[in-house]
Design a protein around this ligand. Structure first.
Ligand code: GMT
Length: 382
């Protein structure tokens, strides 16, 4: 199959999922063409059957905003024509599903039917997509896709709640390549970051308000008073400055490290004892799954689809959004009971295996077959 993948090329979860999916499909013999405005972060090395087409933004003195949807749609049209793609798979609805709809209509006028699969990732529905400034367009274009998937049951339900759409949404959960998370001896990192053998708590995100990182720091402040520990904060974004100030106000700066963006987060995850995810909204929580793949239990809020990944009382604990005291008590309970911690570590890794890449790749392949089969029954009139 020849598949075009459109995604954000950045560190965000949707871009990572799209890129790892494309690489996995290429290993299974498909030709995968990435269409993005920059080389996706996880695509840095050459791989057979993987191609990259850059969307160049159009700038002109008149424009306050570059017409990205139009340049992206044009690139999709050109790649479909030149490479003979069978299907376009767009990740994150805003604005990719809109550009895909436009490309599909242009190709239809040329007698070509290109099926579109839209994967909903989270904030494209729950935060951005529902904004009234864009909602009618997003609703319409999702509805016009040939196939729609969502990364969790919760996001699927949310989409039906927010939008008046009738199409069937298939849940295909996010996945993990367990081989990237094989336990390894990362003792040197541990000695560097927790020299006196302190416990390590870790948080990874894009530092946006929706992550409620203030709760991560409040949890840590309580834990720190009872358990010698260190907090590692990985990632960057608009909330980093305010969070550095909160850490100072709460008097935990000495034990907190803001490490910024890191490429090999699995190496840092591997030395952690607990992963903290305190989000207000989270359709899936890929980063929690990555922590679990490293055998790190997750202390999280019960937002969105997190409970579909983190099993309360087995792989970690779930608390109400904002209840940092409960999260702190759960953390302390685990960190002070070595036997329980070990049990949770094992359960976390076992649970992560249920989301192994090979299983989920198969789900996407059968879904593509289904969409292509339906599309083949459509007669194109020019
Ligand atoms: O806001 C983010 O965390 C980034 C965002 C993205 O699209 O890059 O993440 C969303 O998609 C991820 C991959 O499917 C999910 O694991 C995250 O839970 C989801 N984020 C939210 O729903 C807030």
């Amino acid at each position: 199959m020849k598949i075009g993948i459109v995604c954000y090329p950045t560190y965000g979860g949707s871009g990572v999922v799209a890129t790892e999916l494309g690489k996995g499909l290429a290993r299974r013999g498909h030709d995968v063409h990435f269409i993005t405005y920059r080389m996706p972060v996880r695509l840095s090395t050459f791989q057979e059957r993987v191609y990259y087409h850059e969307v160049t933004p159009l700038d002109y003195a008149l424009f306050d905003f570059s017409p990205y949807e139009s340049t992206l749609a044009s690139k999709m049209v050109n790649v479909v024509l030149k490479e003979g793609l069978d299907l376009l798979h767009v990740h994150y609805a805003v604005p990719h599903t809109t550009a895909a709809y436009l490309a599909k209509k242009i190709l239809l006028a040329k007698g070509i039917y290109i099926p579109i699969v839209t994967t909903l990732h989270g904030t494209d529905i729950t935060l951005v997509g529902i904004d009234e400034s864009i909602a009618p367009v997003i609703e319409f274009c999702i509805q016009k896709s040939d196939g729609v998937t969502s990364v969790s049951e919760d996001l699927r339900a949310n989409t039906y709640d927010h939008f008046d759409i009738e199409c069937d949404i298939k849940v295909i959960p996010n996945f993990i390549d367990m081989s990237r998370f094989e336990p390894d001896d990362k003792d040197h990192f541990k000695k560097l970051l927790a020299p006196a053998g302190e416990k390590i708590l870790i948080h990874v995100s894009n530092f946006r308000k929706v992550k409620r990182i203030q709760d991560v720091i409040k949890v840590f402040q309580i834990v720190q008073q009872q358990v010698p520990s260190k907090l590692l904060l990985i990632g960057d974004g608009p909330e980093r400055g305010p969070m550095e100030r909160i850490a100072e106000e709460l008097g935990v700066t000495e034990h907190t490290r803001f490490l910024g963006k890191q490429d090999a987060i699995e190496e840092l995850m591997a030395i952690a004892d607990l992963f903290l995810l305190t989000s207000e909204k989270e359709s899936f929580g890929l980063v929690a799954l990555e922590a679990m793949a490293c055998g790190v239990p997750v202390i999280s809020s019960n937002a969105g689809g997190i409970s579909e990944v983190n099993v309360h009382g087995q792989t970690g604990y779930l608390s109400e959004i904002g209840d940092y005291e409960d999260m702190a008590q759960n953390s302390i309970a685990l960190l002070t009971d070595e036997e329980r911690l070990l049990q949770f570590r094992e359960s976390a890794r076992q649970r992560a295996q249920e989301f192994e890449l090979s299983k989920i790749l198969g789900m996407y392949e059968s879904y593509y077959d289904q969409v292509l089969d339906k599309a083949s029954q459509i007669t194109v009139r020019t």
